[in-house]
Each structure stands twice: as C-alpha cells, then as structure tokens.
Design a protein around this ligand. Sequence first.
Ligand SMILES: NC(=O)C1=CN([C@@H]2O[C@H](COP(=O)(O)OP(=O)(O)OC[C@H]3O[C@@H](n4cnc5c(N)ncnc54)[C@H](OP(=O)(O)O)[C@@H]3O)[C@@H](O)[C@H]2O)C=CC1
Ligand SMILES: Nc1c(N[C@@H]2O[C@H](COP(=O)(O)O)[C@@H](O)[C@H]2O)[nH]c(=O)[nH]c1=O
Length: 353
Amino acid sequence: MRRPDCDPDGLSPIIGRAFRAALAEASRHMGATAPNPPVGCAILDAQGEILTVAAHHRAGAPHAEALALRTCARQGLIDRAATAVVTLEPCNHTGRTGPCSEAILASPIRAVWVGAADPNPRVAGGGAARLRAAGCDVRMLADLPDSDAAALAADCRALIAPFVHWSRTGRAWMTVKQAVAADGSMIPPAGRTTFTSDGALDVAHRLRRATDAVVTGIGTVLADRPGLDVRRVPDHAGRAGRLLVVCDRRGRLPDDWRAAATARGFDVRSCDDIARVPALLGEAGALWALVEAGPALLDAMRAEGIWDDWLTIGVTPAGRERMDIAVRNGTDTPLRLVPGLAAPREEACFPAS
Ligand SMILES: NC(=O)C1=CN([C@@H]2O[C@H](COP(=O)(O)OP(=O)(O)OC[C@H]3O[C@@H](n4cnc5c(N)ncnc54)[C@H](OP(=O)(O)O)[C@@H]3O)[C@@H](O)[C@H]2O)C=CC1
Ligand SMILES: Nc1c(N[C@@H]2O[C@H](COP(=O)(O)O)[C@@H](O)[C@H]2O)[nH]c(=O)[nH]c1=O
C-alpha cells in the first residue's frame, strides 16, 4: 500500500503542511531555547492527519520530538503515531535529556522526515543513522528535488542559522536593525526616541523577543535612556538574565540606567570593543543578538564587517515604510522565521503613521 505521506514526485502536501506547522511552532520559541536551537516536530497518523505539533521550549526541557510523543501518549493517540516530521535531525546522544532517536524507536513511528541535518560535529548524522539502522524510513528534505522541499529546507536551516554559526565559531549571530527617516537620518525628532509607525515598532519588539541578547551603544543610552525590553508583544514567560551589551569605551554608563535595566531583567555588560562582542555573547551562551544602536556604532560594525544580517526600516519619500533585509555571504537568515515579520518576503511595506 502506498503511504499517504509519500509522493513519488517529491514532497507531498501532507508533509509540507506538517513541516510548516512544526516551523511555526518552533519559531514561537525563538529567543527562549539558547544555547539550544529552536526545533519543531509534528506527528502524523498513517492517513496523514496531524496528531500533535510541539517545539523545544528551553534548554533542559524536553526536545520537540520527546514533547510531541509525550503529548500523543497523554492524549491516547500514541498507537496511531506513524510519521514524525522534525525541523532538525533527531539527536542520538544523552545530554540534559535522553536521545530523541530512542524515544522515536520506542514509539510506533517508522517514518521520519528531517528538515535540516544537525550541525553539531559531535552528533552529526547520528540520529538519522541510528533510526535507519533500526529500520526507519528516514528522509532528508535537502535530498528532494522539488522547489517546495528546497524552500522548506531553507526555512529549517534559517531557523537554526544562529545555532549553526555559534556551533562553528563560538560567536553569536549579529542582526542589526535600524530605522532610517526619509532624509536618511537615524536620529529621532527632539523629545522622541523613535519615529517609525506602530507596525514597525511591533517588528522591533518581535525581534527583541526572538533574540537572546541586545547590543547598543553608549550614545543611544545617553540620548534615549532606552528600555530595549519586549513590551509591545508578549515576551517569553519567565525570561530573566537576558544579556544587554553596551559598547562604551569611556566608562560613561550611568549607574541608574544600569540599575533600571537590571530591574527589567537584563544582565547588563559593557564592552569597549565591538569586535569582541560576538564572542563575548557566544561565551555567555547567546546564539542570536539584536543590535539597536546609533549611527556611530553601526558605522563601526559596517566597517569591521561585524554583522550577519541587517534589517533596515526606511521611511520612503512617499511616507510609507519599507523593510529590507541584507544577508552576508548569501547565508540563510533567521529573520524570515520571526513570527509577525511579514515573512517569508524579504521586504514589506507598512503604512507609516
Ligand atoms: N534610528 C534607529 O534605528 C536608531 C537611532 N538611534 C539614535 O542614535 C542616536 C545616538 O547615536 P550615536 O551617538 O551614534 O550612538 P551609538 O549608539 O552608536 O553609540 C556610540 C558610541 O558607541 C561607542 N563605539 C563606537 N565605536 C565603537 C567600537 N568600535 N567599539 C566599542 N564602542 C564603540 C562609542 O563610545 P565612546 O564614546 O565611549 O567611544 C560611541 O560614542 C540617538 O539619537 C538615538 O535615538 C539609536 C538607535 C537606533
Ligand atoms: N528610532 C527608532 C528606533 N530606535 C531604537 O529604539 C530605542 C527605544 O526603545 P524603547 O525605549 O524600548 O522604546 C531607541 O533608543 C533605539 O535603540 N527603533 C525603531 O523601531 N524605530 C525608530 O524610529
């Protein structure tokens, strides 16, 4: 009998839908999982019905596959589980939790779809190989020829781009976000700290939510006394000790601003060399940092090539706002996975307020 989740010409709509559901669920947890990557998993029955969708919530909590299996079991659905669709190759090692490959093998699941290979050299290939050795039909999205599969594979890679970068280099992925007025200035009108629309400000707060750390410059702190916290959208529950790095070469960080930022849940650090920030963040376990700084620090970052992707919200002469994303070296950007960021397009327009 032909499996309903298999299409001889490539990715079936059933599996495509399951990958999109797993990606969406994993994306909701971006910014909460470091130093682990965000991962999503959907479990389907033999007819292709999605029984459950789950994601990894935070380091030390169950992996996406384990949580999905546990949910299926709790709901009395585990006997129907036939196929797992996972954004990242299941792990095959015991870390803070047990190997997901074994959890899958202990279930009725015998077909596993994998969105991205695990980049961790200690575990690469281990999960897929273990499952195959035990008789599972394991398919990697990257091996399929069609464009839908390629697009989903790119999204699965983008989801873990900061984790891949951090695993290879020890450095945090640096996303710069800047707002630019129609005259090219980044400086808000007197008495204000922002000049973009509510829609664009929501984007800024969604980015703060999705990232593990914020980086700014002392010029911005002194001019704006910014909050830099997540206020316009709900933040991850219980998030505390989020890193906030202020680039400051002359020790001008005001004590009262530091105390207020600490009270808002930040772990405030200052650094006198922007070139050291990605490694400083990486050592502290942050995979992905958002840079919200003024023109002086951004000029230094551009000059020294210290950025991985760069999001510009520009107010056009027609009074609309346009969002552009530049990505270095053509790598996958996690930005298009951020919930509410008008993804997957690389630009979007908001009505300017
Ligand atoms: N439109 C937008 O998206 C944004 C606009 N802004 C606006 O920008 C203005 C502030 O701009 P600006 O003064 O340029 O502030 P910045 O946030 O760029 O901070 C500038 C400071 O960064 C430090 N710095 C510069 N280069 C380096 C380096 N290589 N390593 C370490 N530290 C470095 C310097 O500190 P030191 O003096 O100690 O040498 C410098 O004074 C405000 O009006 C604010 O509202 C701010 C953020 C975003
Ligand atoms: N001017 C500007 C931005 N500027 C950034 O937002 C900071 C204010 O954050 P908060 O104090 O948390 O509201 C400000 O100091 C700067 O870092 N952001 C934007 O989305 N649009 C804007 O027009």
